[in-house]
Write a protein that binds this ligand. Structure first.
Ligand code: NAD
Length: 481
């Protein structure tokens, strides 16, 4: 039976006004397993009206009351972890173990974290001078929009929704049309725990129509977006007329910089992970691996050997470490870049082909983990975001050269540095243009820290106080002394 994903507006599931739906695919099999509402202006209008109506009451609650709702949502996600992990794995093609160990726990943490962290957020402060007494307060914006991508569906959806709600905004959220299932399960949870109607509205549909309408809607005060850089730039242009607050988390071309004095075994294990977790479809994945010349040949062999032992297969299987690419479009894009590598004189050291599995997954979108050397850093493969299991290797002779190559890109999302010298890691980290720099680790996150990219990777910061400031407006009330 087909899974039907409808909108969630004013506390109720609703068919799209035009009764039109988009197909939802299971990427591991390449077949359609559901339909998702393809919303149009009527649905967006209804969702905005519902969020506007819910705003006065929601924003008027005490913070602890809103935190109570967030904690209930977190507890219910936890209760339904198994089913949510299965949905996420089916929708994205990611291994079930990854969905169970990373995606769903992080969604729980997002709600619990903001419920607790907000206790320390200062909403009001006083500033006095000889002539005036000023009271500065932060207040919710009103209705805000959250737009998320397909690679970490529930993880990133809730990373936006939880902070928006905790400070008193009501939300209109749009998950990716490619992976809408867990967002719809979240709507069920909100309904079951009694979240007041209209506080969270979920509208589905294409970016070009539903996303575009959301961005252009004058009643929506801010957009928190995660997705590709081209889309982010379009949103920037489209929100111009209504002067919206924008938080844009976009693409990356992240370097891993490996020095000969690193802790080699730990580096090797983590760089394999940072390159191929979620089939390389994480914005923070290392895609350009820069290795000090003295250990380049050894690294090449050891890296490829380690990758060869990755268990590729049906995402449903507990033993699978590497699943399928999430969409046919992405599958074709990755193959295109691998072919391009050959034209750019790249040498494919490992992988480079689509994989045809047997049985259930024989028509699935699987691509081998791929390692390419010999490409100039100015080549398209080293400059454009592929967002798949493809990494390039380059060697460097000095710290300065490593920094130069690392920064020679339009992107500036994240970087990893591998060395046992604190002085060196300190120098290199300070000179890398990236919003997040990991030293001798990867994807280690403290949710209190600012998260976001420089250059074409982002505008604004999520996480901790940064996102609570983003979702609030400051007001100064001044009286003479
Ligand atoms: P995408 O830009 O195609 O889509 C992201 C979301 O934007 C989807 O919900 C989509 O429907 C919507 N959208 C598309 N066009 C729109 C428009 N004109 N107006 C409003 N909304 C629109 O991105 P994707 O393919 O889903 O995700 C992959 C990209 O996301 C990669 O570039 C990746 O690097 C990036 N990403 C960044 C981060 C980060 O934190 N910086 C995290 C995850 C993914």
């Amino acid at each position: 039976m087909l899974e039907i994903v409808n909108n969630f507006i004013n506390g109720e599931f609703a068919e799209p006004h035009n009764k039109e739906y988009l197909d939802i695919y299971e990427p591991a099999t390449g077949s359609v397993y559901g339909k998702v509402a393809d919303s149009s202006s009527h649905d967006i209008y209804r969702a905005v009206e519902s969020a506007k109506d819910a705003f006065p009451q929601w924003s008027g609650l005490y913070m602890e009351e809103r935190a109570g709702y967030l904690k209930k949502i977190a507890a219910e996600i936890k209760n339904r972890s198994n089913i949510l992990a299965k949905c996420e794995s089916r929708d994205t093609g990611k291994p079930i173990t990854l969905a169970s160990k990373v995606d769903i726990p992080r969604a729980i943490e997002n709600f619990n974290f903001f419920a607790n962290f907000s206790e320390n957020f200062i909403f009001e402060s006083n500033i006095e001078s000889e002539v005036s007494i000023n009271s500065v307060s932060k207040q919710a914006l009103g209705v805000v929009g959250c737009i998320s991508p397909w690679n970490l569906p529930l993880y990133l959806f809730t990373w936006k929704i939880a902070p928006a709600l905790i400070v008193g905004n009501t939300v209109l959220a749009k998950p990716s049309e490619i992976t809408p299932l867990t967002a719809s399960k979240l709507a069920e949870i909100c309904s079951d725990i009694g979240l007041p109607a209209g506080v969270l509205n979920i509208v589905n549909g294409s970016g070009q129509v539903a996303g575009d309408l959301l961005v252009k809607n004058k009643n929506i005060k801010a957009i928190s977006f995660t997705g590709g850089t081209d889309t982010g730039k379009k949103i920037y242009q489209n929100s111009f007329a209504s002067l919206k607050k924008l938080s844009l988390e976009m693409g990356g071309k992240n370097p891993a910089i490996i020095f000969e004095d690193c802790n080699y075994e730990s580096m090797l294990k983590t760089v394999v992970k940072s390159s191929f977790t979620n089939q390389g479809q994480i914005c923070l994945c290392s895609s350009r691996i820069l290795v000090e010349e003295t250990i380049f040949e050894k690294f090449k062999i050891d890296f490829c050997n380690k990758i060869s032992s990755i268990n590729i297969g049906d995402p449903k299987n507990d033993k699978t470490q590497f699943g399928s690419i999430t969409s046919d479009e992405q599958f074709k894009k990755i193959k295109h870049y691998i072919n391009l590598a050959k034209n750019e004189n790249g040498n494919i050291l490992l992988g480079g082909k689509a994989i045809q599995l047997q049985g259930r997954c024989k028509n699935g979108w699987f691509i081998e983990p791929t390692v390419i050397e010999g490409l100039d850093n100015r080549s398209r493969l080293n400059q454009e975001e592929i967002f798949g299991p493809v990494v390039t290797l380059q060697s460097f002779k000095s710290e300065e050269e490593a920094i130069e190559i690392a920064n020679d890109t339009q992107y500036g999302l994240s970087a990893t540095i591998w060395t046992t010298s604190h002085k060196k890691s300190d120098r290199v980290a300070k000179n890398i243009d990236a919003g997040v720099v990991w030293i001798n680790c990867w994807m280690v996150r403290d949710l209190r820290t600012p998260f976001g990219g420089m250059k074409d990777s982002g505008l604004g910061r999520e996480g901790g106080e940064s996102v609570l400031r983003f979702f609030t407006e400051q007001k100064t009330i001044c009286e003479p002394k």
